[in-house]
Design a protein around this ligand. Structure first.
Ligand SMILES: [Zn+2]
Ligand SMILES: [Zn+2]
Length: 95
């Protein structure tokens, strides 16, 4: 169950749009789905989230289609790096 604060946070992440499109491919305004990154041994409460468009999330060229390793190789960026970008963008939007 997500708390109200968590929902607000998720909403903000979703509104960033696809992080791969905007940061790596230079395409702004892609829609996004939330992908929960699983870190081995990480506490569930800190489970990080990547906003990805349907193609880059579930498509053949996406994280689930390629697998994490294949995805990172194809786009030459790691999921950790993408998570960094997400938090940078979130920070920027904070007023
Ligand atoms: Zn995308
Ligand atoms: Zn996913």
């Amino acid at each position: 169950m997500a708390t109200k604060n968590e929902k607000i946070a998720l909403d903000k992440i979703a509104r960033l749009g696809c992080i791969l499109c905007s940061e790596v491919l230079g395409i702004e305004g892609s829609p996004s789905e939330l992908h929960h990154v699983r870190r081995f041994g990480a506490k569930r409460i800190t489970s990080p989230i990547l906003p990805l468009c349907p193609e880059h999330h579930r498509g053949n060229d996406g994280l689930h289609g390629l697998g994490v390793k294949g995805f990172e190789r194809k786009y030459e960026i790691s999921c950790e790096e993408l998570l960094e970008r997400v938090s940078q963008k979130l920070g920027k939007d904070d007023k």
